[in-house]
Design a protein around this ligand. Structure first.
Ligand code: FPP
Length: 256
């Protein structure tokens, strides 16, 4: 964690406003389950896809806010391996939204020195979306600022099974002995290799579950659930979450 007052860009570090001064430390890694787009739309008599579009706008603001605050890693649960169960039109719209976001926002993300990475299997996405995503990965590959990870066609159980397969292969090839396998070996076989575990996991919409997201990685993550639907989640809600995080005492199973 870094003192909140130290900002990397755009803002003068001496000009934190009163509300900002209340936040002492910004978590290095924030993960978000962006839930409630459908319910937000339904409550307004709108189609579910309108909720996803508003969700994309909320996501854009939260990415900007995290970058402004100096968050190092932001992982967004954007499409799970279970989301394929949804109606085809809704899924197709979600891919269009991904296309739209990367087309409209890539310039700003490059300018902000954001590096985009993906968790999940993008080879199952429609070809044009794969191309858009790959272009965003390439354009930001050498950036050194906020690491923005989209979990796209991601499922934690699948990730864990694939890690087990990879380690089994290594043992069969004689590259590692079973007794040499440890937590580091396992972490390094996950898609999040090299990324520190999330410090703070936020889920919107009032539901309090993890839904197959980063199961291994959140062993000691602080969980924060809010009632707001994802399209309602603004910069101030993010700051509330960070303040709540600051009030927590992380002991990792030890004593204070
Ligand atoms: C969960 O709400 C949300 C999703 C499954 C999609 C989230 C996607 C975005 C916010 C935009 C994605 C854009 C990019 C570029 C990655 P829900 O539909 O499950 O809501 P409900 O529980 O109220 O039905």
């Amino acid at each position: 964690m870094r003192p909140f007052g130290i900002r990397r860009k755009r803002r003068d570090s001496a000009t934190t406003d009163n509300q900002h001064q209340i936040i002492q430390h910004v978590p290095d890694h924030i993960a978000i389950i962006m839930d409630g787009n459908g319910r937000w739309a339904k409550a307004r008599g709108l189609p579910r896809i309108a909720g996803h579009h508003s969700g994309m706008l909320a996501m854009r603001e939260v990415v900007r806010a995290c970058d402004d605050l100096g968050v190092k890693y932001l992982t967004l649960y954007s499409f799970s391996t279970e989301n394929w169960k949804r109606p085809r039109q809704e899924i197709e719209y979600l891919w269009r939204l991904v296309d739209e976001f990367f087309a409209l926002d890539i310039e700003e993300l490059v300018e902000r020195n954001v590096r985009i990475t993906i968790l999940g299997d993008t080879t199952e996405l429609p070809a044009p979306t794969q191309a858009t995503v790959n272009r965003a990965l390439q354009l930001t590959a050498s950036n050194t600022g906020l690491r923005l990870q989209f979990a796209l066609n991601y499922g934690s159980r699948r990730e864990i099974v694939e890690a087990v397969q990879a380690i089994s292969e290594m043992t069969v090839l004689g590259n590692i002995k079973p007794e040499e396998i440890n937590e580091k070996t396992f972490s390094d076989a996950l898609a999040t290799k090299g990324i520190p575990d999330p410090d703070l996991l936020i889920r919107t919409s009032g539901d309090q579950r993890i839904s197959n997201f980063l199961l291994w990685q959140i062993a000691y993550t602080e969980l924060y659930f809010v009632e707001e639907m994802w399209p309602e989640f603004k910069r101030r809600h993010l700051e509330d979450a960070i303040r709540a995080y600051n009030a927590r005492e992380r002991r990792y199973g030890g004593l204070k």
